[in-house]
Design a protein around this ligand. Structure first.
Ligand code: PLP
Length: 395
């Protein structure tokens, strides 16, 4: 017998991928430049030249075993050390290499974090709108995902609903800031309130509640936006980071877990990650990629285009009458559809070759997501299509 549970998942293909596939087909007919594809969150800016230079240097002048051999299961020590030093320097923390585990992107980091702090039947709470892959990430770890409804006025945390859902079964709370899909960054006030509530619940329940902070967009924060470093406010924080977006390295599968040094079990959790890897067949990211990112640890790609695109789109869409929380970072925005059914709305947008993603799978029906990691020139050309779409809805 083959595994029914995975077979069933075949029938639940990601809406985002389906729309992107439609876009590729349409591009064959009308040319890629005429398809306004806002569906996929694939970074559009080049990898920094420094990264490429270091990678070539490593490839051409290192001893082959050092760059192509197996990595230790927790990651290469010198790389873990550089990650720890960078975090400590940037955020005034006390990370040591013992608090760092190198993982295959944020997805790999989350797979480990979830398994480290939950067992079968435990609950993990997250907040709508949320990255749809959280469903398989959490469910396949054996835990149960609970989703707090969105606070649609500003997409900060809906504390009134959240507080009702935190029972003794909750072992972890999963947050994502800056957020995919809303683009919103949780404020210091939100994070402080979350931390103090969770600490109170830890005392009440007599067990830890881990805060798993998914941060692939940490470096994509717009001007004058308050973007706190989450772990600073809560000792039991497990930060899951990825270089996919900050260095435009999504295909290289590189990221890490950083467990707050103030967490009592920090070193134990990191060591356990090596054992979790054995169970899920995850091996550390390629040695050469670990070494290359460590060489540019404090750098990012030139991310400025994302804010430029956001400003153009936000101004135009709000002028056209769309309701939208202003993104504080990422390359996503999350307007309200012009009809109740966002799926119907996104279908109608296809008439103008606008590829938008209905937010039902993000746990927030009635909204849609736009990934504006596309050239600014194309963003500008797409405005006419948005105007035509909005006109369709005028009485
Ligand atoms: N978490 C969020 C919120 C994401 O948007 C993504 C990717 O888009 C991931 C996790 C997975 O990141 P990675 O590609 O680094 O595994």
């Amino acid at each position: 017998m083959i595994a029914e549970e995975y077979k069933k998942m075949l029938g639940q293909k990601s809406v985002i991928r389906e729309i992107a596939e439609y876009g590729s087909e349409r591009a064959k007919d009308i040319g890629y430049e005429n398809v306004f594809d806002y569906s996929l969150g694939n970074p559009s800016v080049p990898v920094p030249q420094e990264f490429t230079t270091k990678l070539v240097e490593l490839a051409t002048s290192s001893e082959p075993g050092a760059i192509h051999g197996y990595s230790p299961s927790l990651g290469i020590e010198s790389v873990r050390e550089k990650v720890a030093q960078s975090l400590s320097r940037r955020f005034d923390m006390n990370y040591k290499k013992e608090h760092i585990f190198m993982a295959s992107g944020a997805a790999g980091a989350l797979a480990h974090a979830l398994r480290a702090v939950t067992t079968k039947g435990d609950e993990v709470v997250t907040f709508a709108p949320f990255f749809p892959e959280y469903t398989p990430y959490v469910n396949k770890s054996g835990a149960i995902l609970r989703v707090v409804p969105a606070k649609t006025d500003d997409f900060q945390i809906n504390f009134a609903e959240f507080e009702k859902m935190v029972t003794p079964k909750v072992m972890a709370v999963l947050i994502n800031t800056p957020n995919n899909p809303s683009g919103v960054v949780y404020s210091t006030e939100t994070i402080k309130k979350l931390a103090s509530f969770l600490q109170e619940k830890e005392r009440e329940f007599g067990h830890e509640i881990f805060l798993i902070s998914d941060e692939p967009y940490r470096e994509i924060v717009f001007e004058n936006v308050d973007a706190p470093f989450v772990a600073k406010y809560y000792p039991n924080t497990i930060t899951c980071y990825s270089f996919s977006k900050s260095l435009s390295l999504a295909g290289e599968r590189i990221g890490y877990i950083a467990v707050n040094p103030e967490c009592k079990e920090a070193e134990l959790i990191i060591n356990m990650c090596g054992q979790i890897s054995r169970g899920i067949g995850h091996n550390c990211p390629p040695s050469i990629i670990q070494l290359a990112v460590a060489e540019v640890i404090d750098m990012t790609a030139d991310l400025s285009v994302y804010e430029t695109n956001m400003t153009i789109l936000y101004n135009e869409l709000t002028n056209l009458g769309f309701t939208c929380a202003k993104p504080g970072g990422t390359f996503y925005m999350f307007p309200k559809a012009l009809e109740e059914d966002a799926v119907a709305f996104c279908k109608r947008a296809l008439k103008y070759d606008l590829l938008l993603v209905p937010a039902d799978s993000f746990g927030c029906p009635g909204y849609f997501r736009m990934a504006y990691c596309i050239p600014t020139e194309k963003v500008k050309r797409s405005l006419v299509a948005f105007r035509k779409l909005a006109k369709d809805y005028q009485l």
